[in-house]
Write a protein that binds this ligand. Structure first.
Ligand code: NAD
Length: 321
């Protein structure tokens, strides 16, 4: 009989980053339970490579009864929460789903984790909770000043988790990664959207003059960081997970056009996103000091691998929009 290292419950495991985490965890010999509502952003196709090697429940993290039933039945040692509404533009149009999934859903998971004595609760937060920074870097002590409804919902969840750590002694860790990119990302985010537009020979929308700066982390590096924090991180702590690879949006799009050998006049500058943060930048020295994790792939190599993957999975990409 197969012997597992430990049992881990992954919420949002059919999403972009969650599925990368599931694929790696399965190959590391963990017993993986995936829980996902399968919103427009969730897709089990991402897990076809590990089919039969994980258990799946289609559930909303807000469904208290079902969540408690699953935790009582499965008794996972670790719960990693990737489940969330994640697109800033959608949160600007209507924040309701964000409040539900990202705050109420997290509350349900916190209560259930306490009740069923989960040994480690890992929340995947975001660098966006800090707001923008024109110079310097955010540390884990920087104040939370979220600017979009998405970021505000994630910050609210972090505050809730902090209160459960302090008040109820919940063994939780908050991880704040910067912008992820890589295979299987849904084409509403900058990189897969731009690739999709290029493949369709359509104009690529870029907000304002494209000067907004993001720190870009290859998704495999990100989940290796998450796994390292699960193994070596301290409960009650927050860890930034950055790559030190900052790029302006316009540079990213120009590089994509260069990789795909297309002309720069495919770029269409559009009206800026309301409240658009100019720059995010993380100080990730804590995670390196405490766990030895550092992002490996540089942005240009990561982008080449990503584009190659999307071209090879053109049908999947084009089926999404
Ligand atoms: P995604 O949108 O690709 O996937 C989210 C997944 O959660 C989907 O499978 C969806 O079906 C599921 N989901 C949504 N609401 C749910 C609910 N109520 N109950 C159960 N499942 C639900 O997102 P992603 O890009 O993979 O992001 C994963 C996590 O990482 C999120 O918490 C996000 O805030 C965080 N994060 C993402 C980035 C990034 O660049 N993508 C950066 C930092 C942090």
């Amino acid at each position: 009989m197969r012997k597992f290292l430990y049992k881990i419950l992954v919420t949002g495991g059919a999403g972009f980053i969650g599925s990368e985490f599931v694929r790696h965890s399965v190959s590391r010999g963990l017993e993986v339970i995936v829980l996902d509502k399968l919103t427009y952003a969730g897709d089990l196709e991402r897990l076809k490579g590990v089919k039969g090697k994980y258990k799946f429940y289609q559930v909303d993290i807000c469904a208290k009864k079902q969540i408690n039933y699953i935790l009582a039945k499965e008794r996972p040692r670790i719960l990693v929460n990737f489940a969330a509404e994640t697109h800033v533009d959608r949160s600007i149009k209507n924040a309701s789903a964000f409040i539900k999934a990202n705050i109420e859903g997290v509350h349900v998971l916190l209560e259930a984790s306490l009740k069923h004595k989960v040994k480690k609760f890992i929340q995947i937060s975001t660098d966006e909770v800090y707001g923008e920074i024109k110079e310097g870097k955010f540390t884990e002590q920087s104040p939370l000043k979220p600017n979009s409804p998405y970021a505000a919902s994630k910050a609210a969840a972090d505050l809730f988790i902090g209160s459960y750590i302090r008040t109820h002694g919940l063994p939780a860790i908050i991880i704040r990664p910067c912008n992820n990119y890589g295979p299987w990302q849904y084409p509403e985010k900058l990189i897969p959207l731009a690739v999709l537009k290029i493949l369709r020979k359509e104009k690529i929308p870029v907000y304002a003059a494209g000067k907004n700066i993001r720190e870009w982390l290859y998704v495999e590096d990100c989940i290796k960081g998450v796994l390292r924090i699960i193994e070596k991180g301290k409960t009650g702590e927050i860890y930034n997970l950055g790559s030190q690879q900052e790029r302006q949006n316009i540079e990213v799009v120009k590089f994509l056009l260069h990789i795909l050998k297309k002309r720069q006049d495919l770029i269409a500058f559009v009206k800026d996103r309301p409240g658009h943060d100019l720059r995010y930048s993380l100080d990730s020295s804590k995670v390196f000091k405490e766990t030895g994790w550092k992002a490996k792939l540089n942005f240009k190599d990561g982008l080449r691998v990503t584009v190659e993957w999307f071209v090879g999975h053109r049908d999947w990409l084009l089926s999404k929009r």
